[in-house]
Write a protein that binds this ligand. Structure first.
Ligand SMILES: *Cc1c(COP(=O)(O)O)cnc(C)c1O
Length: 391
């Protein structure tokens, strides 16, 4: 974790022209308090020790940086390492951020956690950690999504959470977010809104990065132990951008390390987006001809969002990080290749990163090193892939 103080720009939540906080005054005040409290605890010894304790004892960190020997041989280029976020309890990186934010909520005296969820992954991670830490938990989910993801609704309820089906608007993620924000403004004195990705108004992008940066803190130490040098490239999938910013964080100041984000070609926010304000912050957004956010589509539920974290928007515009798209076919192929060659079934989201690594590795020499962030495991996706491949 970074020891340095936040820079002035970061404190206001700006990354170049991106980020900020474009919200109604009553919400702005609540977020200011949150930003102050986060600033207070981010370098607090006791708080960080507690965070580390649960990452180790509950999540099972540190997870391996695994040498993918067979995949490396097949591709015949750079040496490939996999950062195994899929081995975390609950099966993905999301739990890192969730635990960090709940511990902060407790320090702030909150008794109640609220969160939004689309497909249910963030909701399940939140319900899990709330159960473990004894917090009251309410998850807002669009009504349509609750119908499509009935099993995840049951999972959250099993974990003790209350799931509110939002029957407004289109009954999707955006409506769930609006409802959750309404709840926060009304109940902020004892309620904490737990946001699931490196998006939203300040301080969320900075806070989520802070908690997810454990990924690159570990991978940097691990690659130095194994190879005695830094990687040539770090590759991660970008939905809202939280696993990618966590996987990049400790390499951003290492100019020789290429940072590569991968997105679905039908939700190519960074590759094709334009600067705009969406959901309370400025970032690159996919806009239609009238300047409205475009509906996106991805076979991976966790990537279906027309915006992207403000820091990724900045890393793209400043040229520090590179972003590429992959097709659905390439993702399905990568999903199967990692399963067959390494005995690891990746999440469809993570398969985007693998798909790009498959193209990059053969272009590099055998002495070069690539780290792929395997953001989650694919058990949740097996039935869907079965439907796509066998029918
Ligand atoms: C949610 C999710 C993502 C996308 O979210 P980011 O905030 O971009 O990391 C990627 N992979 C998995 C496994 C997820 O669950």
């Amino acid at each position: 974790m970074r020891e340095a103080k936040m820079s002035a720009a970061e404190r206001k939540g700006y990354f170049g022209e991106f980020g900020g906080s474009f919200v109604p005054p009553e919400l702005y005040e609540v977020l200011e308090i949150l930003a102050d409290e986060f600033e207070k605890y981010r370098n607090d010894r006791e708080f960080n020790d507690e965070f580390r304790y649960y990452l180790k004892e509950f999540v099972g960190r540190e997870n391996p940086l695994y040498f993918a020997e067979r995949l490396t041989k097949t591709l015949g280029g750079a040496k490939i390492y996999l950062k195994r976020e899929d081995l975390n309890h609950t099966g993905a990186h999301k739990i890192n951020n969730v635990i960090g934010q709940i511990l902060l909520a407790k320090r702030m005296g909150a008794k109640r956690i609220i969160a939004e969820t689309g497909a249910g992954q963030h909701g399940v991670a939140t319900a899990t950690a709330c159960s473990m830490l004894g917090m009251d938990c309410t998850i807002y989910m669009g009504k349509l999504d609750t119908e499509r993801q009935a099993l995840n609704v049951f999972r959250m309820e099993l974990l003790g959470a209350k799931v509110v089906a939002v029957d407004k608007g289109q009954g999707r993620l955006k409506d769930a977010v609006d409802e959750a924000l309404g709840d926060l403004v009304e109940n902020y004195q004892h309620t904490f809104y737990l946001l699931g990705s490196a998006v939203g108004p300040h301080p969320y992008p900075t806070m989520v990065k802070h908690f997810q940066s454990v990924i690159s803190e570990e991978s940097k130490r691990q690659i130095l132990e194994k190879e005695g040098r830094l990687p040539d490239a770090v590759i991660a999938v970008t939905g809202g951008g939280s696993n990618a910013i966590g996987a990049f964080a400790h390499y951003i100041d290492e100019a020789a390390v290429r940072l590569i984000g991968v997105e679905p070609d039908q939700a190519a926010t960074l590759t094709k987006g334009k600067p705009a304000v969406i959901h309370g912050f400025k970032c690159l957004v996919l806009l239609d001809e009238d300047g409205n956010p475009q509906p996106t589509y991805s076979i991976a539920a966790g990537l279906d969002y027309p915006g992207i974290g403000p820091e990724h928007s900045y890393l793209k515009m400043s040229g520090r990080a590179e972003y590429y798209t992959v097709t659905k076919e390439e993702v399905l192929d990568a999903f199967q290749v990692l399963s067959k060659q390494e005995g690891i079934i990746p999440a469809l989201e993570s398969a985007h990163a693998i798909a790009y690594a498959k193209k990059l590795a053969p272009q590099l020499s055998k002495e070069q090193l690539i780290i792929i962030n395997i953001s989650g495991r694919g058990d949740k996706d097996v039935e869907q892939v079965y439907g796509m491949l066998k029918k």
